[in-house]
Write a new protein. Structure first.
Ligand SMILES: Nc1ncnc2c1ncn2[C@@H]1O[C@H](COP(=O)(O)OP(=O)(O)OP(=O)(O)O)[C@@H](O)[C@H]1O
Ligand SMILES: [Mg+2]
Length: 328
C-alpha cells in the first residue's frame, strides 16, 4: 500500500499570555492512499490543531509547529514556502472545516465558490468550471444541481451546505481530505448520508481521509484505523477492528461506554468523571491519571510510552512498564 502522509513527533504549541499550551505534544501517524484514519477525543485534545498543522494553517505567531516532520507524497511539508502550500491546499490536500457557515462566503453563490477553486488550481475557464461545479454538486447528492449552483449559502439547509463544502473540497480530486467534524452539526439521517457519501468517494476516487470526530460510533462505521487522543497525546492507535475488539486504555473504554446503544434501554449513559487537564498545566505523569480509576502511584510520576499490545498501540502502565523517553 502506498504511503501518502507521514507525521512524526509532531509538536504544535501556542505561546499565550497564560503560558504555553502544548496542544499537540509529540504525535505520530501515517496514512495510506484510499484509507480512512479516524481521530477521536474530547474537546480540546488537539484534533483540529493536528489537522491545521498538516495544512500548515496554525495561527502564527502565537501557534507554532515546534518540532516534528510532516511528509506528504514523499515531500517535506514543513520545508515548503507559503506559496507552495497555497498550491497544495484545496488541490492535493483539502479540508472540510468544523463550521460550514463560516467557511462558505455568504455574498457569493455556491457555484462561484467552487468555480474559484477550479480556476485557481486547474486553470479552468468560468464555463468549464461551472459545468464541473454542477457535476460535483450532483456527485455529493444535491438535487437539481443546475439550479442550486446559482444559489447563495443561506438558501440551503445545513445538510446541503455541508455537501457543498464536501463538493468544494473534492473538486480538484485531492489525494488527502481532512474532514473536521463533518457531521456533528447535522441530524442523524443527514449524518448517515454524508458518511455514506464519504465512504463511496473513498472507494471510487481513492481519496485518503483524516476524519476528525468525538464519536466512536462514526469511526466504527467508516474508518480503517483509529487514533484516540487525550490532552495532546495519542493514548491508543491501531486498526479499527483491533481497537474495538480489545480496547485497552481506560480512556478509550470510557469513550466506548458512553456510546448509546439503540438496542438497549439504559437509564443513563456512563460518562468519564472529572475534567480534561488545564492545557497550561499538564499533569507531570500520565495526563489521564487524575481521572483514571486504575491510576497507580507511578502514573502520577511518569509518562507511559506508546507500546504495542494486542495488535495495536496503547499508552498505559496497565499494559507496559515502558516510560516515555521524550517526557517533558
Ligand atoms: N489559536 C489558539 N490560541 C491558543 N490556544 C489554542 C489556539 N487554538 C487551539 N488552542 C488550544 O489547543 C488545544 C487543542 O485545541 P483543538 O482545537 O485542537 O481541540 P479539538 O480537539 O479540535 O476540540 P473540539 O472537539 O472542541 O473541536 C485547546 O486547549 C485549545 O485551547
Ligand atoms: Mg476541533
Amino acid at each position: 500500500m502506498e504511503q501518502l502522509l507521514e507525521v512524526k513527533g509532531l509538536k504544535t504549541y501556542f505561546f499565550t499570555e497564560e503560558g504555553v499550551a502544548k496542544s499537540v505534544d509529540g504525535i505520530d501517524f501515517a496514512l495510506d492512499k484510499g484509507k480512512t484514519l479516524g481521530i477521536v477525543g474530547e474537546s480540546g485534545c488537539g484534533k483540529s490543531v493536528t489537522s491545521l498543522s498538516v495544512m500548515r494553517l496554525v495561527a502564527e505567531p502565537v501557534g507554532k509547529i515546534v518540532s516534528g516532520e510532516i511528509r506528504f507524497g514523499g515531500e517535506d511539508l514543513l520545508a515548503k514556502s507559503e506559496k507552495d502550500m497555497q498550491a497544495i491546499r484545496g488541490n492535493r490536500i483539502s479540508m472540510i472545516f468544523q463550521e460550514p457557515m463560516t467557511s462558505l462566503n455568504p455574498v457569493f453563490t455556491v457555484g462561484n465558490q467552487i468555480n474559484e477553486v477550479l480556476k485557481l488550481h486547474q486553470g479552468m475557464t468560468t464555463q468549464q468550471a461551472t459545468l464541473k461545479s454542477i457535476e460535483m454538486l450532483r456527485l455529493v447528492g444535491i438535487p437539481l444541481p443546475e439550479k442550486r449552483v446559482h444559489e447563495y449559502p443561506h438558501q440551503l439547509s445545513g445538510g446541503m451546505r455541508q455537501r457543498v463544502m464536501i463538493a468544494m473540497a473534492l473538486a480538484c480530486n485531492p489525494a488527502l481530505l481532512i474532514a473536521d467534524e463533518p457531521t456533528t452539526a447535522l441530524d442523524v439521517t443527514i449524518q448517515a448520508q454524508i458518511l455514506e457519501l464519504m465512504k463511496d468517494l473513498k472507494d471510487r476516487l481513492g481519496t485518503a481521509i483524516m476524519l476528525i470526530t468525538h464519536d466512536l460510533g462514526v469511526v466504527a462505521e467508516v474508518a480503517d484505523e483509529v487514533m484516540v487522543m487525550y490532552a495532546g497525546k495519542v493514548v491508543e492507535h491501531g486498526e479499527v477492528s483491533a481497537v474495538f475488539a480489545n480496547p485497552l486504555h481506560p480512556y478509550t473504554l470510557g469513550l466506548l461506554a458512553s456510546i448509546p446503544d439503540i438496542h438497549e434501554e439504559v437509564e443513563r449513559l456512563e460518562t468519564i468523571e472529572g475534567l480534561v487537564p488545564n492545557v497550561y498545566a499538564m499533569p507531570s505523569g500520565c495526563r489521564f491519571a487524575p481521572r483514571c480509576k486504575h491510576a497507580m502511584e507511578k502514573c502520577t510520576q511518569h509518562q507511559p510510552a506508546l507500546t504495542e499490545s494486542k495488535g495495536h498501540k496503547v499508552r498505559c502502565f496497565l499494559h507496559s512498564d515502558a516510560v516515555e523517553e521524550d517526557a517533558q
